[in-house]
Design a protein around this ligand. Sequence first.
Ligand SMILES: [Zn+2]
Ligand SMILES: [Zn+2]
Length: 390
Amino acid sequence: MTAPIAKLSFWGVRGSTPTVDPATWRYGGNTPCLELSAPDGTQFILDCGTGLRMLGSRWGMPNGGGNPETHIFVTHYHWDHIQGIPFFSPLYAENNEFHFYSFRSKFLGRDSLKQVFEAQMALPYFPVDMSAMNAKRKFKEVEGGDTFNIRENKITAKWLNHPQGCLGFRIETPAGTVVYATDNEPGDPKLDENLRELAAGADILINDAQFTPEQLKTTRKGWGHSSWKEGVKLAREVGAKTLVLFHHDPDSTDRMVDSILRQAREEFDSVFAASEGMVITLGATGDNVQAHMPGARTSLRREAQFRAKVTGVTEDGKEFQEETVVRDISLQGALISLQNIPQLQSELQVTMETPGKDGLQSSMRLKGYVVRIDEGAEKGQIAVGVVFTD
Ligand SMILES: [Zn+2]
Ligand SMILES: [Zn+2]
């Protein structure tokens, strides 16, 4: 019997508003949307930010979504968590069926999420009205404290500390437990306790990390968000195995997220910064979660051949050094084939031999971040995408 596997895909990771600024390209600019495929085939979608459009465009493709049974959880009604709904193409196809779960807002009353659908598509905000949405939609109200099962998976919802309310979701699958706790601010004892209960022993804990610890204490206090430091503290307290920093501030450049991630990694073993396109497999090998970035969010590349020496850290935290050939190189980065599997989002030193003046060899030393890992590329070789940072 093969071990059960769950797959968690990140389609949108940015908080508050989408960004198209090139300085935020690497982690991505779409607002929150996650997809969890459970071992029993149930597909969960967590939040409907602009990342949902991307998920929809992959619908029905071999590695895309397109499950007959899809359950969509909406944490709250702030723009960044609902704005992908009208642009989710599977909602316009008759044979699809969606189950939506969200809470009754005191500002909206009964059928809150249904009203959100109608309001988003009302004139003059959108060119077509609700009647164009042909997919079957079922709406279910949930609230903090609810627990229920969807096939083999157990769902728990808890209130988190956020203006106008927000639900955190815990999904226990036979392959492991994923906790989605976006949009929450520490400081309310009862709601902090909710968060700890929700996150207890999670294999993957996705926590709000929008602000720096300094901002959280001063200028951004009361805005409803958290920091990497609070995430690390929480992960330690509740014995979570892997922490994912989520809901990046629209003003945080890739370099700033790199620095946030570096600080968090100094204090906790297994941390990733949520990144558009990242896929985490749960229950695949032993206890380790594996985070990969398959496929490419393409950039212009040039075929080239440079001999290079690469040093870095593997997924198990061991240092390695190997010689290889850099094949594809662009202004931003390169595709390198390696035998070692470096850790996603870790730093690599790439020293390339380049033909210098008068035919003399010279070498160029670059620091890069691992942004893509593709194991299926060639037998025994891993295709590793790096972005050069200086
Ligand atoms: Zn948000
Ligand atoms: Zn919010």
